[in-house]
Ligand binder design. Structure first.
Ligand SMILES: [Zn+2]
Length: 332
């Protein structure tokens, strides 16, 4: 049975209030860090809204009516979810057009038609424009959920037509207890995992499964080898590439920030990679602050480029970063 995650009760409450006061908007933009569980939240709300006999006390979905049965079977005709055909790619304009047609049709239950777009920032300008009219003049029985970890990438015209609900990063006891129950790991405490996952508890699972946490070691070791000019930059870039451009850039930024913190605050530094303090300390001794700041700016710039609308070659971005590490003076 679909339910919200324990750290989502505040946002759930807001939905229940909106419903009770009969002021549910037609389009809602759900935002929050990766791994906060936006999809499951939207789906739980969808199931609740479609349920034909809600629980009188909790107002949640009953789980047994015809609508809930269809929902659980994954075949509710009044719910439509679109996502890119390939992870990380754009949504096609045809997908959005189909979705628009779908919400305009009469609903099966006579109640409501719900659509979920995830991630909404996978719409390019033309696709977003196609959706705009539906957001401006929504069909009366329609309800659109737009999900995004990077809402700033959405056109302002889209953002301004949705009611926005922001999920804050979750570092608290509720999330830590959930993590301990779900993915206890002897090597990493729940607090450390949440910190490394940027406050997205589900992201912690991905970090553990993909061996990304071990990858941080590799990155730090490689940075030391680069600083000592004791390696082939092309080979290092090629290895980083196997772990994905976005991952590599994300971890590099976190590592460089930790190095800057160590440089400035030493023992008082509040590190993200708390478990790697010794390795970071080793590395930081051979680096100067200005070079670190310039390298951070450079990686951030490359991150923005790589997530922007232009197509860059991931491997050459990584090669540029490796070459830049010892020569932060070179022009961007
Ligand atoms: Zn039901």
């Amino acid at each position: 049975m679909m339910s919200i995650y324990p750290w989502q009760t505040y946002e759930w409450q807001r939905f229940m209030e909106m419903q009770q006061q009969d002021r549910m908007p037609h389009a809602i933009l759900l935002c929050g860090p990766e791994g906060i569980g936006l999809n499951q939240f939207a789906q739980t709300v969808a199931m609740q809204m479609l349920c034909l006999s809600k629980n009188e006390e909790t107002n949640s979905a009953c789980g047994i009516c015809q609508s809930c049965q269809l929902y659980i079977a994954g075949s509710h005709p009044d719910l439509n979810i679109i996502e890119p055909e390939e992870a990380g790619k754009q949504l096609k304009i045809a997908q959005v057009r189909e979705l628009i047609e779908y919400v305009t049709l009469k609903s099966f239950s006579g109640k409501l038609k719900i659509a979920i777009i995830e991630p909404a920032d996978a719409m390019n300008r033309a696709t977003a424009n196609a959706l705009l009219k539906t957001l401006e003049e929504p069909p009366s029985q329609s309800m659109l959920f737009l999900l995004s970890h990077r809402p700033s990438k959405l056109p302002i015209t889209i953002r301004s037509r949705c009611q926005r609900i922001d999920f804050k990063p979750s570092y608290d006891q509720t999330a830590a207890e959930w993590l301990d129950q779900e993915f206890a790991d002897a090597n990493f405490s729940a607090d450390l995992l949440l910190r490394l996952a940027g406050g997205g508890p589900l992201k912690a699972k991905v970090l553990l499964e993909d061996e990304q946490l071990a990858f941080r070691h590799t990155l730090i070791k490689d940075l030391r080898r680069i600083a000592k000019k004791n390696c082939d930059p092309v080979q290092i870039a090629a290895h980083w590439h196997t772990l994905g451009l976005e991952n590599t850039l994300n971890w590099l930024m976190k590592i460089i920030l930790d190095l800057i913190r160590l440089k400035l605050l030493r023992e008082r530094a509040n590190l993200i990679n708390l478990d790697l303090k010794e390795d970071l300390q080793d590395l930081v001794n051979s680096l100067d602050l200005l070079a670190l700041v310039k390298n951070y700016d450079f990686v951030l710039l490359k991150y923005q480029q790589s997530t922007g609308p232009m197509n860059y070659n991931p491997l050459s971005i990584l090669e540029e970063i490796v070459l830049h590490w010892n020569n932060p003076e070179i022009a961007k």
